[in-house]
Design a protein around this ligand. Structure first.
Ligand SMILES: Cc1cc2nc3c(=O)[nH]c(=O)nc-3n(C[C@H](O)[C@H](O)[C@H](O)COP(=O)(O)OP(=O)(O)OC[C@H]3O[C@@H](n4cnc5c(N)ncnc54)[C@H](O)[C@@H]3O)c2cc1C
Length: 359
């Protein structure tokens, strides 16, 4: 019997694939509305994997995840669109800045080609190809899409239940005095849990369940805030528009994205949150607009209004930042740590890996 802790996109894929493989599976979820965590608060983008080093787990799982996800969406009628993505050098502050960006975009193009991402194109004068996109050079990545995340999660939970997964909500899993317990958050009753395997898919909180096991590995997750502003109209074409990724962090920079229901957003930026439930938007609209206006001249500041916030589970090991996903097996626990972007894209592949580890 396997207990999966957490019913975000990662825990849900793991539970579904384990049940399909014949395991008895229970999911413990502390929230009433599963999907309130990181999985319900992201850009919904299916990434090509262009940003990552080929030896990284992010690269490996992003590629495989994309390949598994597309036929899964088609089979289960989950709305998605392979809309492609433009990464532009955007407006530069100085000539040095411009030169630097030119080098960066060429490096990204070379990395994408090395990784075998199909049909990449480097284009000068992007505004000619995509009206209102600013900058001297852009990288066109046709193999990128968006998915309707609420439907994706709902379908996964339903398929999981049909395969035999039992989902228990309002149950917080805790570890104390060498035991594992489920605390019912409505009745306050605590019961001890036993299982052949426990899978820790707790997103922002996975460091808390890991810390009992990994004596010499002091993992800590710090929440990094990504704020989204809503845009009152979509660009006149369905394509994602990104700046070059930040050099100082794993964030991809404030970009233009849209949801399949018709909403458009700018986001997410990157700032440290005060806590793991700090979902307040604190950046003022005019400051936020400064980032967006570097990649497109389609919007005026008045077109932006406060949207939503997602928290990235930034992982640190003994105080040092870890840039890759971590999947750590220790006794009968499998811990998933630092599953930030491209975790949504990678989720089916991460689940396949966990099934291999359990089997
Ligand atoms: C701003 C932002 C934008 C992103 N954009 C993209 C994107 O465009 N494309 C992409 O591929 N990826 C993206 N990602 C990454 C992706 O969203 C995450 O990798 C993925 O959603 C992580 O899912 P999860 O299941 O690990 O976490 P969660 O969805 O947070 O699920 C964890 C669950 O565990 C539960 N839980 C926690 N502790 C306990 C406990 N002790 N007991 C019981 N339950 C517990 C929580 O309530 C929660 O439901 C983005 C992330 C962020 C923050």
């Amino acid at each position: 019997m396997v207990i999966v802790v957490g019913s975000g996109i990662i825990g849900s894929w793991i539970a579904y694939l384990l049940a399909k493989a014949g395991f008895e599976v229970y999911v413990f979820e502390k929230s009433e509305n599963a999907g309130d965590g990181i999985s319900g608060r992201n850009s919904g983008v299916l990434h090509s994997g262009i940003y990552y080093d080929e030896t990284s787990l992010k690269s490996k799982f992003c590629f495989r995840g994309y390949e598994v996800a597309i036929p899964f969406f088609e089979k289960n009628k989950i709305p998605f669109s392979i809309c492609g993505k433009v990464i532009t050098t955007g407006l530069s502050d100085t000539i040095e800045d411009e030169k630097d960006k030119q080098i960066e975009i060429e490096k990204l193009f070379a990395n994408g080609n090395r990784l075998g991402i199909p049909d990449l194109e480097l284009k000068s004068n992007p505004g000619y190809h995509w009206k209102h996109v600013l900058g001297n050079t852009a990288l066109w990545i046709p193999k990128t899409g968006i998915v309707d995340v609420p439907t994706y999660l709902k379908v996964l939970w339903q398929l999981g239940e049909e395969a035999g997964v039992k989902i228990l909500k309002n149950k917080k899993v805790i570890r104390e005095d060498g035991g594992v317990f489920a605390l019912d958050l409505q009745s306050n009753i605590k019961e001890e849990l036993e299982a052949d395997y426990f899978v820790n898919a707790c997103g922002l909180y996975s460091d808390e369940l890991a810390s009992n096991d990994l004596m010499n590995h002091k993992y800590e997750i710090k929440p990094n805030k990504g704020e989204y502003f809503r845009l009152n109209k979509q660009l006149p074409y369905e394509t994602l528009v990104y700046p070059l990724p930040l050099k100082t962090s794993t964030a991809l920079g404030v970009h233009y994205t849209f949801h399949l229901g018709g909403d458009a957003y700018a986001g997410p930026n990157s700032n440290w949150a005060f806590s793991k439930d700090d979902y307040n938007i604190i950046t003022s609209r005019n400051v936020y607009f400064e980032s967006l206006r570097k990649i497109t001249d389609f919007y005026k500041e008045e077109d932006l209004s406060a949207g939503y916030v997602g928290l990235r589970p930034r992982l640190f090991l003994n105080g040092e930042a870890v840039k890759d996903f971590v999947i750590h097996k220790e006794s009968n626990w499998i811990h998933l740590l630092g599953i930030e972007s491209p975790g949504l894209t990678s989720s089916p592949a991460i689940a396949e890996e966990v099934v291999r580890m359990v089997g």
